[in-house]
Design a protein around this ligand. Structure first.
Ligand code: R5P
Length: 295
């Protein structure tokens, strides 16, 4: 099989999934060397020579330094002769700011998307937060914009449980993910309503349904501060749920998020390896490899 890239270039902060992707593609793996100077600037060094088809693999959680380093690496790969550049960014940053919620705000999704499109021919990610933007290519206008879904592997995990949990999306935006997983797993699902009044201030209103004595799994694309899931969990316990677990694609879990979830009574937390975390239960390399080979 002709691999879709001559080399997969990873970074030290995401090397194991990048190596798995290279193995799944039958491509060589090498690493971009990054040195942080004392003043915070980064020096980026690519392994040379640079072959014609290069695939960078780096997840863009906590993105500001990573983005700059990625843009430096991609531009350098072009200067050193790469003709085809692909990016696999399992977590694609800045997708949630898809509009100016207040006058004067940057529409980060569009701006970062355009920057990535200047550098890459292919951008692949999983469950990008596309709420008001119908398709990834609208946000990241590259010739091949691949938005994969983790619904299949997450559904397989949940379908294997013996307590047929109710799947609950904590807000309207999660409807697409919880619906896709529930259909595949053959499980019942519902969606709650959320009002956010600050980064760490959310209120959740449960839909009208009976949860007394039931196992519930909260399903969302991303958990950041954990407040969305924690408030939903509290509401479910107050309504009599027997246990509440969590399944998310992207385990950002910023700051005290995990402690907040535990305090709210969340049981098990499952996630994909889009972000390396102790809750990872799904490896995404086979999904990305299959999509890249097909594209
Ligand atoms: C937003 O709609 C997302 O789907 C998540 O619900 C949100 O980002 C979670 O944020 P947090 O964990 O900070 O409540």
């Amino acid at each position: 099989m002709d691999p879709v890239a001559d080399v997969v270039l990873g970074f030290a902060d995401y090397h194991a999934p990048a190596q798995r992707l290279a193995a799944a593609l039958g491509a060589a793996y090498a690493e971009v060397e990054v040195h942080r100077f004392p003043d915070g600037e980064s020096r980026v060094r690519l392994p040379t020579p640079v072959p014609p088809r290069v695939l960078f693999c780096r997840s863009l959680d906590r993105p500001n330094d990573k983005l700059v380093e990625l843009l430096l690496a991609a531009a350098t790969a072009r200067e050193l002769g790469a003709a085809e550049l692909a990016l696999v960014a399992p977590y694609l940053c800045y997708m949630r700011q898809d509009t100016a919620f207040q006058p004067g705000e940057a529409v980060s999704q569009r701006i970062i998307g355009r920057e990535l499109a200047r550098c890459f021919d292919t951008v692949a990610t999983v469950d990008p937060h596309l709420h008001r933007t119908p398709v990834l290519a609208d946000a990241v206008p590259v010739p091949r914009a691949l938005a994969l879904s983790a619904a299949e592997p997450l559904a397989a995990l949940l379908a294997a449980r013996d307590d047929a949990p109710l799947l609950l999306g904590p807000d309207e935006e999660s409807a697409q993910w919880v619906g896709a997983i529930a259909r595949r797993a053959g499980l019942e699902h519902a969606v709650a309503a959320k009002t956010r009044s600050g980064d760490r201030a959310v209120a959740i209103e449960l839909p009208t349904l009976a949860v007394t004595g039931r196992a519930v799994v909260l399903v969302d694309d991303v958990a950041s501060t954990g407040r969305t899931l924690a408030e939903a969990c509290r509401a479910l316990h107050a309504a009599g749920a027997a246990r509440v677990d969590v399944a998310v694609t992207h385990a950002l879990f910023a700051g005290d998020a995990l402690a907040v979830l535990a305090e709210a009574g969340v049981g098990e937390v499952l996630s994909t390896d889009s972000i390396l975390h102790g809750s990872n239960a799904v490896e995404l390399a086979p999904l990305f490899a299959a999509a890249l080979v097909e594209a």
